[in-house]
Design a protein around this ligand. Sequence first.
Ligand code: SAM
Length: 195
Amino acid sequence: MTNYCITVKFHFDLLAPIYEILIPPVFPQEMLTLLGDLKGKKILEVGGGTGRLAQYLLKYSDEVWIMDPSLPMLYKAKKANRELKLIHGYAEKQPFPDEFFDLIIAVDSLHHWDHHEKGIQEVYRVLKSRGIFFIGEIHPKDKAGHFIVQMEKTLLMRSRFFMPSELLKILKENNFSIVDIGWLKKPTYFVKAVK
Ligand SMILES: C[S@@+](CC[C@H](N)C(=O)[O-])C[C@H]1O[C@@H](n2cnc3c(N)ncnc32)[C@H](O)[C@@H]1O
């Protein structure tokens, strides 16, 4: 991977011990409503970090994987729940066979990827046919979203935030069909796409 990924990895390696204190929680209950029945589904969270969402999903599915480039973040995830399946890796080069997962989730993660399009193509490859790709991203024009954009800029994270319309365009160009889009909870919007 490029230097950029190394920079991002460095930030999360440092943040890992205090990540869950610093960063507001994701919204598992809201997400669950949008995702529907998870029973029997093989799930991957790309950029799953400390596993705070993934461990919640484990209550509803027997097989939840997390892939993340930061080992300290994964270490926290392992401590949180030993049932989680952990993989060290990048969205852009996923160590899975074709058509492996029923559901892939990327919450607060995609704007950190080095090559977004390559990552999205990899998600498409490892998703089963009719599989769901669920994205949660910060809206850069929302008031709180704008603050996060500025904060990550100050921290030299080199994040790339997407307007919903930009993300929809990239997804469609890479063969996904859009199922739903809306607010998860401001400033985070979601996109649910199907292969
Ligand atoms: C803000 S955290 C979100 C973690 C988790 N999804 C959550 O909501 O708690 C972003 C995560 O994306 C990971 N990440 C950064 N670059 C990545 C890449 N290229 N591929 C996959 N994950 C990446 C980071 O290591 C970090 O754990």
